[in-house]
Design a protein around this ligand. Structure first.
Ligand code: AMP
Length: 855
């Protein structure tokens, strides 16, 4: 009915947990091997029949059959039986009883029952008591009596009767059987008590529990949570007089990191986790997460994947999520303002947004604005035109996906040309002209001293050189919010979506256009030069500080173009910025911008405190752990992978062209076109007229100028060698000509001292003669990642005895032409004693030896 509350009926069977009864024998006459020690009186009453079974074990059967005689009172007393702490005991009797009707003439006195008694005592002293002190348990009658006919048929009709007694208060008791004139054979007596057996229920352990003394009593028993489990609610059960566990209450749960299996808590295997006791079982780590440990309560995110702190551990690790809601704001004939909401699940702090837009159906020519805010205004748009916008967020994990496309239209000309707005261009033009004039005058005044002195003057004239000018600091291109950066991309220069391709600045007719395409113009007043830190091909390299409007001042490196440069030198100098400006990667030196509108012309990059890697390693010989060195190599190869993905071939990869910052992060630097090789003091002229850093360059690049990412991989192998030997010079003092010859003949650099075998093998792989057999940069990245994850693989060092520190080692094919047999070769390298081992292991030909790997 509408008003009646639902009724819950608990079926009794839900309350009973176990029906498996458990009894403990206190006495079983059938298993007693010797004398039972029972006493019968009078002597002619109960008598023991000395029978044995087929194993000659005695069968303790007592019988009495005085059916023809009056007034029978025959007692049979057991020995003392300990109750072992039980307060309710059970007695099971097996017996046969003769049917009085089958006895001729005995009907008057014949009985068909007997009586059972007990008497409690703490010890055996209580034996000689009087009959009337026994307490009667019951009169026992037979369910089935037998006749003589039955005996003739040899059919034994065995009766079983069970009686219980309790509560008992003493340590033990006697039983007594009284016959008053029946014909009985008592075949066995079993005395036992019942207990609720020890059990695990709901992950709690309940001990063996002897039942209570009262037949209706329930004993409350507390359970103990099993190993690796915790109390959810105090576990309890009830032990009935029959030895059943009833009415379970409360439970335990497997703690975090463990799951329930077969009434135990099993540890979660590596790769699985359980976050809380309440989770039902160990779960596989969610996508992009892992754990290497047992009993994990959560999984770690893979590199570059993130999970918010507030996210549950069951959540997959992801890269940032796309922006989904974009709203238009103010729209004029030339501009569209947008705002959007931070993604719901940004996976970390959003560092900035990238807004891409283009005129509808003109996707090949688009603009990118970067902004730290969730609003932007795109200006310089055509009136009455539709524009398509897409936004993506960047966190430490990288860029998320672009949002869906949002289309907005600028106002048509007729509407926008209101009297107010038509004034604006005039005001803007006049203000701009004024500011430009002022800038030209001031920069003219200042640039004279700059040109004359490079940055050498800067340490003394620091900050005085550029007195506190109050005009706006920023990129001259940035018309919008100073937090925003804007870049334009034109047809063919960019592959979308995904990785950009590198654009050779040579493809621009006007090199100045290339610089301004890829590099931001910084106003000279924003730069403070502090000191000279190095010498570049085109002028001094200084350290200093950059203060852009609305941003904190930060340290930068400043490369200057020395005075009296030619137009070609200026173009080459700025060429590096045009290249660097196209890259955006944590292991590629980051270009802040250029100063071209005043003198000296400067390139401003992020500042790398520890300078160039080769010098830094030489200064700190032997100071780093292998993992730190591998970390440096990982950074370099990650930067190189990025460059090769962009289609950029470096051609001059060497430790001297890697910069390292105070966090030991390595970044690839020194970008240029043909000039790269010209400004490298290591570069030497080859017979074909090019200038090449011989020791770092792959043979095919030296021989026929075949520079590819595969030749960069060769150079990377040399950088690995430089790093692992703390800046040692490759091929020591060998001449360039000897290096070319040795490499051509198959010799390779030997392993640096204490170098893990896996790393040396990687170097040898990079130095494969066949450039297609060399690993690709992305493969090297994964190999180094694997080594970093399992540093134990770095423990095997190249065997010191096989390391020829000052000799080049022959690479495969191991001079196979030079030696006719393995023995001859081993003799030649003073290792003749190993010939037998080589033979035994199947390396019997030089071709087989050429296949030997370090493993
Ligand atoms: P480069 O002309 O690029 O080879 O630079 C010459 C020297 O200036 C390098 O070897 C470094 O010692 C130093 N240098 C260049 N760029 C930086 C930078 N971004 N941070 C620190 N030192 C630099």
């Amino acid at each position: 009915g509408e008003n009646s509350a639902p009724e819950f009926v608990i079926h009794p069977s839900y309350l009973t947990v176990f029906f498996l009864l458990f009894s403990v024998n206190l006495l079983d006459s059938r298993t007693v091997m010797g004398d039972l020690g029972w006493i019968a009186y009078p002597k002619n009453g109960w008598e023991e029949i000395g029978e044995v079974d087929e194993n000659y074990a005695p069968i303790h059967t007592y019988q009495v059959c005085k059916v023809m005689e009056q007034n029978q009172n025959n007692w049979l007393l057991t020995s003392w039986i300990s109750n072992e702490g039980a307060s309710r005991i059970f007695i099971e009797l097996k017996f046969t009883l003769r049917d009085c009707n089958s006895l001729p003439g005995g009907l008057g006195t014949c009985k068909e029952t007997f009586n059972m008694y007990y008497f409690e005592s703490d010890d055996e002293d209580g034996r000689n008591i009087k009959e009337n002190q026994y307490i009667k348990i019951d009169t026992i009658a037979a369910d089935e009596s037998f006749t003589e006919l039955d005996l003739g048929d040899r059919v034994m009709k065995l009766n079983t009767e069970v009686r219980d007694v309790g509560p008992l208060t003493k340590k033990g008791f006697y039983l007594a059987f009284q016959d008053v004139g029946a014909c009985i054979a008592l075949v066995s007596v079993r005395v036992y008590y019942k207990k609720c057996p020890s059990v695990i229920h709901n992950l709690a352990h309940f001990p063996d529990t002897i039942t209570g003394g009262d037949s209706s009593q329930l004993l409350e028993v507390s359970g103990v949570c099993i190993n690796h489990s915790v109390t959810e609610e105090a576990p309890k059960m009830h032990c009935s007089a029959e030895g059943e566990w009833l009415v379970p209450i409360g439970k335990c749960l497997c703690k975090a990191g463990y799951e329930e299996k077969n009434n135990t808590c099993q540890v979660c295997r590596p790769g699985f986790f359980k976050a809380s006791p309440h989770s039902p079982s160990c779960s596989k780590c969610p996508p992009h997460s892992y754990t290497l440990d047992e009993a994990s309560t959560s999984c770690l995110c893979e590199e570059d994947y993130f999970r918010k702190e507030s996210d549950p551990p069951t959540m997959a690790c992801t890269t940032p999520s796309p922006v989904s809601t974009v709203k238009k704001g103010k729209i004029t004939k030339n501009s569209i303002s947008l705002s959007w909401q931070e993604p719901d699940r940004p996976n970390g702090i959003i560092l900035e947004y990238e807004i891409k837009y283009f005129e509808k159906d003109q996707e090949t020519s688009y603009t990118i604005i970067k902004s730290k805010e969730t609003t932007i205004t795109a200006d310089g748009l055509k009136p009455g035109s539709a524009y398509v916008f897409q936004i993506r967020a960047r966190t430490a994990a990288g860029y998320g996906g672009f949002s869906q496309r949002f289309e907005f239209e600028t106002s048509p000309l007729s509407v926008a040309a209101s009297s107010d707005e038509s004034q604006i261009p005039i005001i803007v033009v006049s203000v701009t002209v004024g500011v430009i004039l002022l800038a030209v005058v001031i920069s003219f005044l200042l640039s004279g001293s700059c040109c004359d002195h490079g940055c050498g003057w800067a340490s003394s004239l620091r900050a005085v050189a550029y007195p506190s000018l109050t005009w706006r600091c920023g990129y001259s291109k940035a018309k919008q919010d100073p937090e925003e950066e804007k870049m334009h991309f034109h047809n063919g220069h960019i592959k979308l979506p995904g990785v950009r391709t590198y654009v050779d600045p040579h493809t621009y007719e006007d090199p100045n256009q290339a610089v301004h395409e890829f590099a931001k113009e910084i106003e000279a007043s924003c730069i403070t030069i502090e000191r000279v830190i190095g010498a570049g091909e085109f002028g001094e390299v200084c350290s200093g500080r950059l203060k852009l409007q609305g941003k904190r001042e930060f340290p930068v490196a400043i490369k200057t173009l020395k005075v009296g440069y030619t137009e070609k030198q200026r173009r080459d100098f700025l060429g590096e910025a045009s290249i660097m400006g196209q890259f955006d990667h944590p292991n590629i030196i980051h270009l802040e911008g250029v100063i071209t509108k005043s003198k000296p012309v400067m390139i401003v990059t992020e500042y790398m405190e520890n300078g160039s890697l080769d010098t830094f390693l030489k200064k700190n010989d032997g100071q780093f752990t292998v993992i730190q060195l591998v970390g440096m190599l990982r950074g370099i190869v990650s930067g190189m992978k990025y460059l090769s993905d962009m289609g950029y071939v470096h051609r001059d990869l060497a430790a001297r062209n890697i910069l390292i910052n105070s966090n030991l992060v390595c970044k690839v630097s020194d970008f240029g076109l043909s000039r790269v090789l010209e400004d490298d003091p290591e570069a030497a002229y080859t017979t074909r007229g090019g200038k090449i850093p011989i020791r770092w360059t792959a043979p095919e690049a030296i021989a026929f100028r075949k520079f590819t990412s595969a030749s960069d991989v060769w150079s990377y192998g040399i950088v690995m060698w430089e790093v692992m030997s703390y800046g040692e010079r490759p091929y020591w003092e060998m001449t360039n000509q000897d290096v070319i010859k040795a490499v051509e003949e198959g010799y390779r650099l030997p392993s640096p001292m204490d170098c893990p075998a896996a790393l040396y093998q990687l170097m040898l792989d990079c130095w494969q003669k066949d450039r297609n057999s060399r690993p690709k940069f992305d493969e090297i990245v994964s190999m180094l990642d694997k080594l970093i994850r399992n540093p134990s693989n770095l423990k095997t060092l190249v065997n010191a005895s096989s390391r020829a520190s000052n000799l080049l080692v022959e690479h495969s094919p191991i001079g196979s032409s030079a030696y006719r047999s393995v023995g001859e070769w081993l003799e030649a390298i003073k290792m003749g004693r190993y010939t037998e081992i080589f033979m035994e292991n199947g390396y019997s030909s030089m071709d087989a030896v050429a296949q030997v790997t370090l493993e």
